[in-house]
Every structure is written in structure tokens, then in C-alpha cells.
Design a protein around this ligand. Structure first.
Ligand SMILES: CC(C)(COP(=O)(O)OP(=O)(O)OC[C@H]1O[C@@H](n2cnc3c(N)ncnc32)[C@H](O)[C@@H]1OP(=O)(O)O)[C@@H](O)C(=O)NCCC(=O)NCCS
Length: 189
């Protein structure tokens, strides 16, 4: 890995390929030694896909008033993306006051406050967007690191799905968390 200092910033269209190649590496880490299972997507799934690449660029330029919008923040070191937070708007117009986030860092870059930095960037940006009243996420109940990080940044548990997934025969509970955007929101009655 590069010795460059990691930089956290919002992704632009030129970062889409770096993001999908990061996802190839990162998603393969789920359930590997030292990393809890964090995704139901099977190991070996290919993320560096031309269609996803094009879709990301489309999502990232949509206004927040258009369903299917997306924004992304990345951790970059040298030319590589090594962590990312993806925020997605609803897929129906009636749900546009909520956005859902997912995030992760490659193993060599964890426990360096980069996850906290990604979340701070996304939360601060969301608080400036009058369209967004809530941030939502889902995390497996065994994911101690994720739960601690989200709890520290104002997310609270709003529900739990017992036996949500069975991965390698193992039942996994899922926790739903949300964070209300404190100000600006016109959608927040
Ligand atoms: C969850 C994840 C994003 C945290 O990112 P990170 O950069 O390692 O976390 P940070 O260094 O910013 O830590 C921020 C806080 O999170 C908590 N935390 C992070 N890792 C932790 C761990 N292994 N155990 C307990 N708490 C942890 C702590 O509260 C920490 O604050 P502290 O350093 O003051 O104690 C990272 O572990 C990861 O990518 N995991 C694999 C993918 C994943 O699980 N994504 C979430 C799926 S919903």
C-alpha cells in the first residue's frame, strides 16, 4: 500500500472506477479473519462492472429532489480508494426525506479514525441539505465496531430483525438505526 496520507473527500465522477475496485477488495473481506460478516453479498461477486460504474456517475449527479440520487465520500491514499461511505436517496419520490448509508474501510485502514471522518463528512453535508430529514442504516447485530461507530455519531436503534439472514447456516440479526437531521429540513414536520 502507498505511504501517502489518507484523504477523506466527496467522490466525483472520476472516482467511480476507484470505488468499484475498492468494493472488489473490501467486500471479499467480509467474514475473513478479524472481520465480522458485514454483507450478505457472496464472496467472489464482481463489483468492477461497467454498468455499476455508469450508474454511480448518474446517481452522483442527480439532484436530491430526484429519486435514486446518490452521493459518496471516499478515503483515498495515493491513487487508491481504500474506504467509502455511500449515501442513497429513496427509490420513490414519497421517501425523499430519508437517505440510507453504507460504509466500510479495507482492513489495513481501520482503527485510524477514518470511519469516523467519513461519517462526519456525510452527516455534516446532510445537515446542510433541507431535503434530508433522516439518515438510515442497517448493521448486523454482531458488528461491534459498526454499532459503536454509529452510536457515537448520533444513530439510535429503531428496530431489530431477528434471523434476518442465514449466512453459512448461521442466523444473523439485523439492527436498523436512524439519525434525525436536526435543522434546516423543510420535510421534517
Ligand atoms: C465499522 C468500520 C467502518 C469502523 O471504521 P474505523 O475507521 O475502523 O473506525 P474509527 O477508527 O473511525 O473508530 C471510530 C469509533 O468506532 C468504534 N470502533 C471502531 N472499531 C471498533 C472495534 N473494532 N471495536 C469496538 N469499537 C470500534 C469506536 O467507538 C471508535 O472510537 P474510538 O477510536 O474513540 O474508540 C470498520 O470497522 C469497517 O470498515 N468494518 C468492516 C465493514 C463494516 O463492518 N461496515 C459497516 C457495515 S454496516
Amino acid at each position: 500500500m502507498s505511504g501517502d496520507q489518507p484523504v477523506v473527500r466527496m467522490a466525483t465522477a472520476g472516482d467511480a472506477w476507484g470505488l468499484v475496485t475498492h468494493l472488489d477488495r473490501h467486500m471479499a473481506e467480509s467474514g475473513s479473519p478479524g472481520t465480522p460478516v458485514f454483507t450478505p453479498i457472496p464472496a467472489g461477486s464482481v463489483w468492477h462492472d461497467e454498468l455499476l460504474f455508469l450508474q454511480l456517475q448518474d446517481f452522483w449527479q442527480r439532484p436530491l429532489t430526484e429519486f435514486g440520487w446518490g452521493r459518496c465520500w471516499i478515503v483515498q491514499t495515493g491513487q487508491s480508494v481504500v474506504g467509502a461511505l455511500v449515501l442513497r436517496g429513496a427509490t420513490t419520490a414519497a421517501g425523499l426525506h430519508r437517505a440510507t448509508l453504507a460504509m466500510g474501510l479495507e482492513a489495513d485502514f481501520r482503527r485510524r479514525r477514518l470511519g469516523a471522518a467519513l461519517l462526519q463528512h456525510a452527516v455534516a453535508w446532510s445537515e446542510q441539505q433541507s431535503e434530508i430529514a433522516w439518515l438510515d442504516l442497517r448493521v448486523f447485530a454482531h458488528n461491534v465496531a459498526g454499532l459503536a461507530l454509529y452510536g457515537r455519531h448520533g444513530f439510535a436503534e429503531i428496530g431489530r430483525v431477528v434471523d434476518f439472514m442465514r449466512i453459512a447456516g448461521e442466523p444473523l440479526d439485523d439492527i436498523l438505526m436512524a439519525r434525525r437531521t436536526p435543522s434546516l429540513s423543510t420535510a421534517d414536520h
